[in-house]
Design a protein around this ligand. Structure first.
Ligand code: FES
Length: 134
């Protein structure tokens, strides 16, 4: 089984409707929340939590992507830094348990349905190497 990776922009700001927690950016706050939620939902090490520095959608903060070899890639935006970690962790567990990343729509939480911006097909083995060689 391949380990899914959850990419989270650590630099995303808190939305105006949410109060910030001091100087901590919203994205970093979400990462902190996710660390505990992922451990509780999926166990230690089931999902690789990978902070990134800007995903080029700063006006749609917070931004997150979930991907794994051979599975769909999900891109989420407009996630609440202080409220979305439990929903994301649950979706990560569902995603990890699925064969190809196709978590049935009816099983997704309302927050995940609302935040889903894009769903990309899995890369076919060898496509990445071929694209780089071009
Ligand atoms: S700061 Fe998060 S997408 Fe740019």
């Amino acid at each position: 089984m391949t380990q899914p990776t959850l990419f989270v922009c650590a630099l995303c700001k808190f939305p105006a409707a949410e109060s910030s927690a001091g100087d901590t950016p919203g994205g970093q706050h979400l990462i902190d929340q996710l660390t505990d939620c992922l451990k509780a939902e999926t166990g230690q090490g089931e999902i690789a939590l990978q902070p990134v520095r800007c995903m080029a959608a700063c006006d749609r903060a917070c931004n997150v992507a979930l991907s794994a070899p051979g599975k769909l890639t999900f891109i989420f935006n407009d996630l609440s830094p202080s409220q979305s970690a439990p929903d994301l962790a649950e979706f990560c567990r569902q995603y990890a348990a699925s064969a190809n990343g196709k978590v049935p729509y009816g099983l997704r939480s309302p927050a995940i349905k609302k935040a889903t911006a894009y769903v990309l097909p899995p890369l076919v083995a060898g496509e990445v190497e071929a694209a780089i060689a071009r």
